[in-house]
Design a protein around this ligand. Structure first.
Ligand code: ADP
Ligand code: MG
Length: 665
């Protein structure tokens, strides 16, 4: 059965439903209300002037319809309710006129004008409202009204409810006394009372989290399996030697991370590790050492950065670090000529390149490697199996290392990143001073300008994150231009330039280049990602409309400064959300900030700027339903254990999920 087979759904409504990501009957059944309204039937004699009322009555006078401008119309009629004669008016329901009959029972929802004995109605219904009816409210899209959407859902429930897959195994359903899937779906759309609604919600949340954790735990157990990875024999003394030649001393956490990686790479299991650490904590050097170990054992490495600018920066730095070594390093970015790219493709295939640096295209395009042994992903708040499936399509099983500057609270990391091993870098490189953070209102802009001047006088550089406005790219650009003009007036003798989303990557690179050479004093940027560069002489970052960002994102932005022993500053400008922003003044610890952010905003900003689809829950919320998550985690682990005992796969829906994951991975 397809969506089109649901009673009432036609080609036009299919298009609208698609806009809501509803493509199948299943999607429709799983499209839950985002909130509920409790409808309580009122008696007019007990209501005050101006109250919102829901009343029942009997039609006393058939409606008259007046046409207004355009397609608008106004319908008026009279009912008797609670022994009162009441005038009702409602807009744009003229099409209902013919359904009225004198003496017919009707329900009216609207605003009560006691003086005039009249109601301006927002809704009228010919069905009775049960005492204390709870009604689901659905998010919808223009062209599809809420009533039709809920009619489609009801029709789907009536005819298709038994086709729904139930993902909770029988034993667990019994253990928790859960209702059936079909029952829970009926209730979530049309609850009779709060109690049963809660039961249905818990059941559906549990199911969603159970499947989520089952996938994660399954992946984890698969990755743990010995023997399916590359094995390498590299003496750690070479690693030690490399470290001793670095221009700085590694922090204890960096050394621990290197050892974790060394163990992973030399054991015959596949590495699947995440390095978590604040911006500037020095994750890159750890990943470079991983490349070195991989190189010593004769494999190629690929390092992927989120932007071309960052890829280029990594390339420059890494080339310097390896200048006394024979390792062959190359950069691959979109702005290169076809000929240049072709050469690199050939070299990769022939194994002439040991370390390739670029963006995500390194594993997405038709690039062939001779023996890719290690893939590193920088600054990717990743979850999911897509990357792995890309690699699988290439027929290779390299070790994988992820780096993330969005630390997430330990407890959540254990569950969410459950399929990965984690190394944390908490200690900061020596000599780093904490960044001083100050929250200012827009009215205090003068103070901010003086603070900026102090830094400029010291020949230090400044990042300015422009005030972003959601509405449009165009008004953003106008805004930034205005800001640039104002700053140019305030700082006549300084060079000010900007980066914005509409620029080509060459233009961006050119500007970043100038900024890193101190040819630009103040860099204004609208795009947050592009600021991921390492310019040690930049000692101040000024962020307008700071309230628009999550704390984790602000913390990442702040990490652009404070890269050496100089005093550094982060100025947050906002008239709103002061309390939240004050947290930034109080701590420089990314882990603590992410914990606070999580408490304040839920899972929303957890993964920084973007979230991947695997985390889009329909009903569960990682923060509010954390207890259910933990239970689901435990249960899913037991379920996997149990399944291992059977030689034959059970022919049920969970086995199907696991087989799907297997094919992806
Ligand atoms: P991130 O963790 O944000 O990727 P980077 O790896 O870019 O941080 O490191 C930030 C800067 O700190 C770089 O310039 C790097 O060379 C330097 N750095 C890394 N580790 C140390 C260390 N142990 N001591 C001193 N400087 C270091
Ligand atoms: Mg980095």
């Amino acid at each position: 059965m397809d969506l089109i087979d649901v009673q009432g759904v036609g080609p036009k409504s299919i298009k609208l439903l698609n806009k809501l990501n509803i493509y199948t009957i299943n999607d429709l059944l799983n499209y839950y209300p985002f909130r509920y309204e409790v409808l309580i039937l009122n008696k007019l004699s007990e209501m005050q002037d101006g109250d919102k009322v829901i009343i029942e009555g009997v039609v006393e006078k058939i409606p008259t319809v007046i046409r207004l401008r355009g397609k608008m119309n106004k319908m008026s009629f009279r009912i008797i309710s609670d022994n009162l004669l009441v005038n009702v008016t409602i807009f744009n329901r003229g099409f209902m006129k013919n359904h009225f009959e004198i003496g017919k029972e009707i329900t009216v929802i609207g605003k009560w004008d006691k003086q005039k004995n009249s109601i301006t109605a927002s809704d009228i219904r010919f069905t009775k409202i049960n005492e204390n009816k709870i009604e689901g409210v659905y998010r919808t899209t223009s062209g599809l009204n809420k009533k039709n959407l809920s009619i489609y859902i009801d029709n789907a429930i009536n005819n298709n409810i038994n086709e729904l897959e139930d993902y909770i195994p029988e034993n667990l359903k019994e253990k928790y006394n859960f209702m059936n899937k079909s029952e829970s779906i009926k209730i979530i759309h049309n609850p009779k009372n709060i109690e049963e609604l809660k039961q249905a919600q818990i059941r559906l949340k549990y199911e969603e989290l159970f499947v989520f954790m089952l996938k994660i735990n399954y992946l984890k157990s698969k990755h743990k399996k010995e023997g399916d990875g590359l094995s390498r024999t590299v003496d750690y003394k070479f690693v030690d030697e490399f470290i001793s030649k670095l221009p700085f001393e590694l922090t204890p956490d960096q050394i621990t991370s290197v050892k974790d990686i060394y163990d992973d790479l030399t054991l015959p299991k596949r590495m699947n590790r995440l390095i978590q650490g604040d911006v500037g904590s020095g994750k890159t050097i750890v990943s470079i050492i991983a490349c070195y170990i991989n190189y010593l054992s004769g494999f190629q490495s690929a390092l992927m950065a989120p932007t071309e600018i960052l890829a280029k920066q990594h390339y420059e730095n890494i080339k310097k670090l390896f200048k006394d070594y024979k390792i062959n390093i190359a950069l691959l970015i979109g702005s290169m000529t076809k000929k240049e790219k072709k050469e690199i493709y050939a070299d990769l295939k022939e194994g002439k390149i040991d370390l390739i640096i670029g963006t995500h295209t390194l594993i997405q395009d038709d690039i062939e490697y001779q023996n890719l042994g290690l893939v590193i992903t920088d600054e990717q708040h990743r979850f999911g199996v897509n990357q792995r499936s890309n690699l699988k399509n290439k027929g290779i099983m390299p070790d994988v290392l992820y780096m993330s500057a969005t630390p997430i609270p330990r407890t959540y990391a254990l569950t969410i990143y459950g399929d990965m091993d984690i190394s944390n870098i908490k200690t900061r490189p020596k000599g780093r001073k904490p960044i001083k953070t100050i929250v200012k209102s827009n009215s205090e802009i003068k103070d901010v300008l003086y603070m900026m001047k102090d830094q400029l006088d010291l020949n230090h550089q400044i990042y300015v994150i422009a005030p972003l406005i959601e509405e449009s790219e165009k008004s953003n650009l106008e805004n930034v231009n205005k800001l640039k003009d104002n700053l140019m007036k305030a700082f006549k003798n300084y060079k000010i330039d900007m980066l914005h989303g509409k620029m080509s990557s060459e233009e961006k690179e050119d500007i970043m280049d100038k900024f890193s050479k101190n040819e630009i004093n103040i860099l204004i940027s609208t795009t947050v990602v592009e600021v991921g560069v390492d310019v040690a002489n930049a000692t101040m970052i000024v962020i307008f409309n700071a309230n628009q960002f999550g704390l984790s994102t602000l913390h990442q932005l702040r990490g652009r400064v404070g890269r050496n022993e100089l005093d550094s500053y982060c100025i947050l400008i906002s008239d709103k959300a002061k309390e939240r922003l004050n947290i930034m003044e109080q701590t420089n610890d990314g882990f603590e900030i992410s914990e606070q952010d999580f408490k304040l905003r839920g899972q929303g900003d957890l993964f920084g700027i973007k979230q991947s689809g695997d985390m889009d829950f329909k009903i569960a919320n990682l923060k509010e339903d954390y207890k259910i998550l933990l239970q689901a985690k435990e249960d899913s682990m037991k379920e996997l254990e149990m399944r291992k005992l059977y030689t034959d796969r059970q022919n049920d829906i969970l086995s199907k999920i696991l087989i799907n994951i297997e094919n992806m991975d």
